[in-house]
Design a protein around this ligand. Structure first.
Ligand SMILES: [Ca+2]
Length: 569
């Protein structure tokens, strides 16, 4: 039996050296001779959807209703802390490669023509190609933001794609008519409400349209909802009239215990009624005034209305699986590239290391295989999800991936111990080798510096890539809003050092040739008097840095990033 070798060159040594991989490969080779029992995988990837937007999640507002997504959670396991990514493009890259942001070589955003982006297929191969080679039929529907190359012909057998990286003039049409390319054909303008027409196409796919019915299938369904500018379907504009959101404790600065950059986040205005207001929401390609008004409640209501069509979509997808007799043969995953803060910590964005900004829902449902109505409290990461999906599809990892397969957690979501922590890295608008040096001049994206986090058990450790800044350590059970930085409490310092070491170990493991193996920039010392010392240093509240023209800073950083690391470190 002859099979093509599906792997890219960098992947070969590991795969060929692994006996398990070779055996699995041979096992896969004989698969066509017997009924293929591997599950279909329906991966529903929403956009900018927070855990707060899903009714079954702790921390969602009491007026939030998502009955169909909740129903999916009742038929599976709900992860309370899935850290998929920090913002759209790096999260999507991670979910296509199994690598953290710093591992995705060749990926670049073109700021001059945002959101144009590029990557090179040989340097950044996409793992659905391994599924294809291992007998799966792979489909992709919806938003794409990795590069002009949409994966057609190497990652996907079937595709209806809205490629924001290629058709940049249409890139803000999250809720408008979209330029869609079907199976590598000519671009066509499709009229309607994209959340709805993506669902139409996905249900057709589930029912068999355009696919090889003899193969298990994998569908990567990328909704653009509920990304800004948050435009609900007209039929949902009257929903949630009772919506009310209390002003978050730290919507306005100062934010004691948090690093200096957090003292400068100031997106919201205090209205005459004392309530937080946001008069215009800006995206890089436009923006919007609030449909219902500028109050924090109005904006959160608007986002929730935008999610209503997503919830209806989940209902129709489950129905299509039921009607076609595939529900028990299909693993459904519902998550988002990341969450979105709308008022919390002063933000109206994602990207920052706090759960309010980035944590999406994460639900796995596979009746008969995954216990129903269960909750898993162990933190998991985006690369962990990729490794797990490959394991569920009985397909060896085609190259060295950063994640830890958590299939054991799917079998037993309530198990007390889980050996792995979840890493999340945010390196601004840089990827792969471009992150080998820390930024010297262009330090912030949307006011947020590069950061690395490590979550395990109920704790989260955060470290920003700037020297002499305070580390952050939160107890997510006692302090789910992350208001109380335990780094100021010396009784936690030993534990913080353990998490710090664990993070560095994970960075070393996942990128052994990386200069970060020698450590991150130095942190503010953990002393018994840290609270007083950091106050005295002015580190948290120092004066604003001098202004440098943006273009000049960008040119200088471009040059600096091309200096070999040993010169700088
Ligand atoms: Ca997003």
């Amino acid at each position: 039996m002859c099979r093509r070798i599906p792997l890219s060159l960098p992947a070969l040594p590991r795969a060929l050296c692994s006996t398990a991989a070779v055996l699995a490969f041979l096992f896969g080779a004989s698969r066509t001779q017997a009924a293929d029992e591997r599950p279909n995988i329906l991966f529903i990837f929403a956009d900018d959807v927070s855990y707060r937007n899903i009714g079954c999640y702790e921390g969602s507002y009491d007026w939030v209703r998502t009955p169909h997504i909740d129903r999916l959670a009742e038929a599976g396991v709900r992860f309370t802390r899935g850290y998929v990514g920090a913002w759209c493009m790096p999260s999507r890259a991670t979910m296509m490669t199994g690598h953290h942001q710093y591992g995705n070589n060749s990926l670049r955003l073109r700021p001059a023509s945002y959101p144009a982006a590029t990557y090179r297929r040989k340097k950044m191969p996409l793992w659905p190609s391994a599924l294809r080679e291992n007998g799966y039929f792979t489909g992709m529907i919806g938003k794409w933001h990795l590069g002009r190359d949409d994966g057609w012909g190497h990652a996907w057998d079937y595709q209806k794609v809205w490629n924001r990286s290629k058709y940049t003039k249409n890139a803000s049409a999250y809720y408008e008519d979209q330029i869609i390319v079907t199976n590598g054909g000519k671009p066509e303008l499709v009229e309607g409400y994209p959340t709805d027409f993506y669902t139409d196409w996905a249900t057709d796919f589930i029912k068999g349209e355009g696919r090889d019915e003899d193969k298990p299938w994998f569908l990567w369904l990328c909704y653009g909802a509920a990304h800004g500018p948050f435009k609900p379907a007209e039929r949902h504009l009257d929903l949630f009239p009772e919506a009310h959101v209390p002003a978050p404790a730290d919507v306005f600065p100062p934010r004691p215990g948090k690093p200096f950059y957090m003292q400068k986040i100031n997106t919201w205005t205090e209205g005459s009624d004392g309530r937080p207001k946001l008069f215009h929401f800006r995206t890089p390609k436009g923006g919007t005034d609030g449909i219902h008004g500028p109050d924090i409640s109005d904006w959160n209501r608007q986002i929730q209305q935008t999610i209503a069509s997503l919830d209806e979509g989940v209902d129709r997808l489950i129905e299509a699986l039921d009607e076609s007799g595939q529900r028990r043969k299909t693993l459904i995953v519902f998550t988002a590239d990341q969450g979105f803060a709308m008022g919390q910590h002063g933000f109206a964005t994602k990207m920052a290391p706090y759960d309010a900004n980035i944590r999406p829902p994460l639900i796995f449902s596979h009746p008969g295989s995954i216990p129903s109505g269960t909750i898993c409290k162990h933190p998991v990461s985006g690369p962990d999800i990729v490794s797990t999906l490959l394991a569920q599809a009985e397909t060896p990892e085609p190259w060295f991936m950063h994640g830890h397969d958590f299939s054991e957690l799917l079998k037993n979501p309530g198990r007390k111990e889980w050996e792995h922590g979840a890493v999340l890295a945010m390196t601004g608008v840089m990827w792969g080798k471009d992150t080998d040096n820390y930024p010297v001049l262009i330090k912030h994206t949307q006011g947020i510096p590069w950061w690395f986090s490590y979550s395990k058990g109920k704790y989260k450790y955060i470290r920003i890539a700037e020297p002499n800044e305070i580390e952050e350590f939160y107890d997510l059970e006692a302090d789910p809003e992350e208001l109380n930085n335990l780094a100021l409490d010396p009784s936690y310092h030993d534990l913080i050092r353990e998490y710090r070491t664990a993070l560095v170990e994970e960075l070393r493991r996942t990128k052994p040739d990386h200069p970060k193996r020698n450590g991150l920039p130095p942190v503010f010392p953990l002393t018994d008097n840290i609270a007083e010392e950091i106050e005295d240093s002015g580190s948290m509240y120092r004066k604003k840095e001098g202004f440098r023209p943006f273009a000049a800073r960008r040119v200088l950083d471009f040059i600096i990033h091309r200096i070999p690391p040993k010169i700088l470190y």
